[in-house]
Design a protein around this ligand. Structure first.
Ligand code: HEM
Length: 287
């Protein structure tokens, strides 16, 4: 008798866990907030100009197969996108901010001058963001230096695969690329253990050509955004968002780390996290 009641408790557990798990509360909260907005779109609501909305919710509604055009499914898609987009951008940007605040004399005047030079009437515009090679390099380097999780391109092999050199990946294997080592490979990057904010506006090792690519370019030795077919589709948005934030901070503030402090990054599983306790001292500038 005792054993069977224990058994029942164990069988009940998953549903109890799901009911009280934080994600369930977030799902309820998200549904409460989003249900009318999504319902309007499902009903074909147009924007204030009588045109179809050009925003993420509309794209998600349009891309969903008919069977998934429901409020719960669309809420789920929005939540999944939040997971993909928010902490990744926050972590990359936080680490870049620390790099800036660690060496303010070296980077702030040059980056600020570049932003100011690209502003139209003192305003940061889309055109400004598209032409900031030094800022772009700085963010790309921050991504190389700080945000390398131990493993990128993590995949489950659903069938066996044989590479051209004969290496076999058996079905069921979990694989990934050793990103930390790739992004710090001395045969690709000069002084890879050094943060070098203008690395990507200079020249490739042993070559007379400028380094290929910008913040959003992925390659075998740069996988901040993954690589290949499933490379992050949000990276263009994220790069612009981070450039806009950094450009705004550069124009409005001076900043440095509190004296005697340095970031102490740490890992959760394979993910590299920026220090969460560090203080950046910020001072308003006269504009
Ligand atoms: C600095 C910010 C970001 C970083 C570092 C980042 C990084 C990544 C990485 C490493 C992947 C996996 C790629 C792979 O496995 O091949 C990924 C996938 C993805 N990211 Fe991002 N991401 C960022 C921002 C965003 C934003 C802003 C969005 C959406 C607005 C987004 C949406 C996605 C989606 C939907 C996927 C899945 C793509 C697929 O499986 O085909 N990400 N991202």
């Amino acid at each position: 008798m005792k054993d069977s009641s224990k058994m029942q408790l164990i069988m009940l557990e998953p549903s109890i866990v799901i009911k009280f798990a934080p994600v369930t509360r977030y799902r309820w909260a998200a549904t409460k907030y989003l249900k009318q907005i999504i319902q309007d779109r499902l009903d074909g609501k147009l924007d204030e100009n009588g045109e179809k909305y050009e925003d993420l919710i509309q794209w998600l509604v349009d891309a969903a197969p008919p069977i998934e055009r429901t409020i719960p499914q669309l809420v789920e898609r929005i939540m999944a996108l939040n997971v993909a987009s928010i902490h990744t951008t926050t972590m990359t940007f936080t680490a870049a901010l620390y790099n800036l605040a660690m060496e303010p004399e070296k980077y702030i005047p040059i980056l600020r001058a570049e932003v100011l030079g690209g502003c139209a009437d003192g305003q940061i515009t889309v055109e400004t963001l598209a032409d900031l090679p030094k800022l772009d390099s700085f963010l790309r380097e921050a991504g190389r230096f700080n945000n390398a999780g131990l493993l990128s391109l993590q995949r489950n092999a659903i069938k066996p695969f044989t590479f051209s050199d004969g290496t076999v990946i058996p079905a069921g294997a979990k694989i990934g690329c050793p990103n930390l080592f790739l992004q710090r490979d001395p045969s690709i990057y000069d002084n890879p253990e050094q943060f070098d904010g203008f690395r990507f506006v200079r020249q490739e090792k042993g070559s007379t050509q400028p380094l290929k690519g910008s913040m959003v370019t992925t390659d075998a030795a740069y996988q901040l955004f993954g690589h290949g077919k499933h490379a992050c589709p949000g990276r263009f948005f994220a790069a612009n968002e981070m450039k806009m934030m950094l450009a705004t901070l550069l124009l409005r503030y001076d900043m440095k780390l509190a004296p005697g402090t340095r970031p102490e990054p740490f890992f959760i599983g394979t993910i590299s996290m920026p220090d969460t306790k560090l203080k950046v001292l910020v001072k308003s500038r006269d504009l």
